[in-house]
Ligand binder design. Structure first.
Ligand code: HEM
Length: 419
């Protein structure tokens, strides 16, 4: 073959040909193109704890192997989540724009505020919610068109997660798409992508509107007897009822984003994974009981939050490297979930794994996701109701992906349910 007809190198070959000091997975374009996995594969092989001098986000460490990520996530004494040090995402917000939410706090305040919202996802409360989630899921699925192309993200993933959030907050149903908008605004980074908000000022202004709306709900509920919705719990909880407006805004955002983007993108990711692994889709149809192990596998395969960031509070050794006090450390869950030394056939979507909950998507340690069982419940119900109705859902094209190194998600996915 002559040079002129040889194929151009694949994305994987390009990732493996880069000089090591130029490997930098925090490039939003790699997430849009879904090629970041090759860079993680390279780092796991050649430099599992890796330093990048990134132009966009500043210097940071990438932690890419399963066990190293666990070591960081379970050592909150050294690896801080606190917003005062920069919080939990690779991008540093200016001080006045940092959201003060308990995911971005260290003990003791983190522990107190987490305790106040945990009861909403206690097993008893989840059991109470199951009927309503199923009823709403069934209604959304029954309303889908047959024999024509539609966007799964908008019609199913967004609609269902938004309905669920409205349930959690006891939020006026007619305004529920405001929750979707606020979630998108909260995670938007206009320095990288201006499609959601054009400027930082616009972002803060819209979050201010959110605060006003929720303050109204708070004022109604604080003066009423305690109920089991999240606002009422925050308004009556001994450690949350005196929150400052910024803390209230931060924690509201946390619960909206926590329960929205993540579950939404798992709903899309699950369908995409099945369409790319037709043998697994066939296995599922033959044995719907596999939904139980498929749901955590969807969450691993998708890894809806690609990373959490920490800041070192002291000099520390990790993977043979010395991380200095003040350094930014990024735990790439997306990479840990593909680590062959921890998970067999990690690149494959396998719906009947022996230990499907062995993944990093919910994190570990004191910040481990509060809503993990709720997310699994929603996904289980969705797939149970889908299988009752539709023998197959055809994916008709590639998804468009969110331009973010944090939320690993989709803008759209064209599908069709055969008539
Ligand atoms: C598939 C769905 C979900 C994924 C992948 C996910 C992922 C995560 C991750 C990675 C963390 C941080 C863990 C760490 O730093 O170690 C987290 C924390 C959190 N999540 Fe989720 N989440 C999901 C669904 C939900 C839902 C449905 C809710 C809410 C109702 C929720 C609420 C929270 C909250 C409040 C925290 C903060 C916990 C803390 O700081 O102590 N999440 N989640």
């Amino acid at each position: 073959m002559t040079a002129s007809t040889s194929p151009s190198p694949s994305a994987r070959e390009r990732a493996f040909a880069l000089p090591l000091d130029q490997v930098d997975p925090a490039d939003p374009q790699l997430f849009v193109d879904d090629t970041v996995g090759h860079h993680f594969e390279r780092l796991r092989r050649d430099d599992p704890v890796h330093r990048s001098e990134n132009a966009l986000f500043g210097p940071y460490w990438s932690v890419t192997k399963y066990q190293d990520i666990m070591a960081v996530d379970t050592n909150h004494q050294v690896f801080s989540s606190d917003w005062t040090h920069g919080g939990i995402t690779i991008s540093d917000q200016p001080m006045g724009e940092r959201l003060q939410m308990f995911i971005a706090m260290d003990p003791p305040k983190h522990d107190e505020q987490r305790k106040a919202v945990s009861p909403i996802v206690a097993p008893g409360n989840l059991a109470n919610m199951e009927g309503l989630i199923r009823e709403r899921t069934a209604r959304v699925l029954d309303g889908l068109p047959r024999g024509e192309t539609f966007d799964w993200v908008d019609r199913v993933s967004i609609e269902l997660t938004t309905l669920m959030l409205a349930t959690l907050f006891d939020f006026p149903l007619e305004d529920r798409r405001k929750l979707t908008r606020w979630s998108d605004v909260a995670t938007a980074n206009p320095d990288i992508d201006q499609s959601v908000v054009a400027t930082r000022e616009q972002r803060m202004a819209e979050l201010g509107e959110m605060l006003q709306y929720f303050t109204r709900l708070w004022n109604e509920r604080v003066n009423a007897p305690p109920k089991t919705d999240l606002i009422s719990m925050l308004a009556h909880g001994p450690s949350t009822r005196d929150m400052t407006p910024l803390e209230f805004m931060g924690n509201t955002v946390l619960l909206i984003v926590g329960g929205n983007d993540t579950t939404r993108n798992s709903m899309t990711g699950g369908l995409l994974a099945l369409s790319r692994h037709p043998d697994e889709y066939a296995k599922l149809r033959a044995n719907p009981a596999l939904i139980d192990s498929m749901v955590p596998e969807i969450i691993r395969w998708q890894t809806p939050l690609a990373h959490m960031r920490r800041t070192a509070l002291a000099d520390v050794e990790l993977g043979g490297k010395t991380i200095r006090k003040g350094d930014k450390v990024v735990m790439w869950y997306l990479s840990g979930n593909r680590d062959e030394t921890a998970i067999e056939n990690a690149d494959r979507f396998v719906i009947d794994r022996a230990r499907p909950r062995q993944h990093l998507s919910f994190g570990f340690g004191i910040h481990r996701c509060v809503g993990n069982r709720l997310a699994e419940l929603q996904l289980r119900i969705l797939w149970e109701e889908i299988l009752k109705r539709f023998p197959v859902i055809e994916v008709l094209g590639e998804p468009t992906r969110v331009r973010s190194t944090f939320v690993r998600g989709y803008h759209s996915l064209p599908v069709r349910i055969p008539a």
